[in-house]
Design a protein around this ligand. Structure first.
Ligand code: M6R
Length: 369
């Protein structure tokens, strides 16, 4: 079933492009998002809500964190992510105007299921975004939007993450369409670009041999840090999680702006740091800030591994490795930037001789609280 790949995880990373394409399929018609799955929530549902809360754990929570930037920006609905296991232990404010979205690949994660039940009891509507047809969470929710990443076997989630972000972006664009918060021309532009993403992800996968060399060379590394801003921040967290879970290496993701509030003290000569750099073309605020973060850590001896738009000249002089990704809209950058980080984790774990599909102490779906 591994189709010639050495592991399910390697095969599933190779399926990143299709995960996006299949989750989009049939849901975009010209300049319109079509999501009949949401009809179950009721007519004009999205005009009447005043808050979106996404509950999830692990990688699913990081995809949700990417998603809320876009949902809030496009639909202007205040949106937050909450770890499912924290949510129901703090008496959250929930009304019938709150949409509680659960994000789960398996649809069986107990913490997430309990959060959904809690939300229902408290009168909120529930929407499940799930990769597994007929799983418990979608069955118990008011509506469901399936991600179509295909079965994910490896414990470390990869292609499902891209499908989850795709589904949340569709949800954000749909809500914006219903609420009239994004002009049609801009929506059309975004949807056109969205459909090019599977091909761009495929291009990014070409970096595999280079990252293998990098990982072989770094097999003895004891700690790796990841920095990002805005939608790059949850990508930093996700990159770090991948490395912890399959390569058993200490890894931490930070919002780059937090550096000087503490983490920069960790930087010593030789410390590898991945930096997720937003494209300079769209953004004259974040890009220079990230470049100055890079300069700050480089001045303290960090080994900078930059993931940036191919040809970003501002990064070149300060980075030890530059992993270029094709240009795209800022909101789609996470779908490209995460891929080299997935590849880095699997290559480092492989270099250490570990079983990447079945990391120690972990289960694919966590069905206990
Ligand atoms: O099946 P779910 O999406 O609900 O699983 C949530 C987490 O347990 C899961 O994403 C976990 O963090 C993965 N092992 C990450 O690779």
């Amino acid at each position: 079933e591994k189709g010639g790949w050495p592991s399910f995880m390697a095969k599933e990373i190779d399926e990143d492009p299709e995960a996006v394409a299949n989750t989009l399929r049939g849901r975009v018609q010209h300049d319109t998002v079509v999501l009949p799955d949401l009809d179950a929530l009721g007519d004009d549902y999205f005009t009447g809500i005043d808050r979106v809360v996404i509950v999830a754990c692990g990688t699913a929570a990081y995809s949700a964190q990417v998603g809320v930037y876009a949902i809030e920006e496009w639909s202007r609905i205040p949106s937050v992510v909450e770890l499912a296991h924290e949510f129901r232990y703090r008496n959250p404010v929930l009304t019938e105007r709150t949409l509680v979205v659960s994000m789960s690949q398996s649809g069986e994660t107990m913490d997430t299921l309990m959060a959904v039940r809690y939300a229902k009891e408290r009168g909120a509507k529930t929407l499940s975004i799930c990769n597994t047809q007929g799983a418990t969470i979608p069955r118990e929710s008011d509506a469901v939007v399936y991600t179509h990443a295909g079965p994910e076997v490896a414990v470390a989630s990869t292609k499902a993450f891209l499908a989850q972000i795709t589904a949340l972006y569709l949800l954000g664009l749909y809500a914006a369409q219903v609420r009239g918060t994004l002009d049609a021309e801009r929506r059309a532009e975004l949807l056109t670009e969205f459909q090019t993403i599977p091909e761009k992800v495929r291009t990014v996968l070409d970096v595999r041999p280079r990252i293998r060399e990098l990982a072989n060379w770094m097999a003895d590394t004891r700690s790796v840090l990841y920095l990002g801003r805005n939608v790059g921040y949850p990508i930093a967290l996700e990159g770090a999680l991948k490395l912890k879970e399959i390569a058993y290496i200490h890894a931490e993701g930070f919002a780059a702006g937090e550096l000087k509030h503490g983490p920069i003290a960790l930087i010593e000569p030789g410390q590898p740091v991945f930096v997720i750099v937003p494209s300079p073309r769209h953004d004259d605020t974040l890009h220079p800030k990230i470049v100055s973060n890079i300069q700050e850590i480089r001045a303290r001896g960090a080994r900078v591994l930059a993931i940036c738009e191919a040809g970003d000249a501002a990064v070149l002089p300060y980075a030890d490795e530059v992993i270029g990704v094709p240009p795209t809209e800022p909101f789609f950058e996470p779908l490209l930037a995460v891929v080299p980080l997935q590849v880095f984790a699997i290559e480092l774990a492989t270099a250490k001789g570990l079983d990447v599909d079945q990391p120690r102490n972990l289960a694919k779906s966590v069905t206990v609280e």
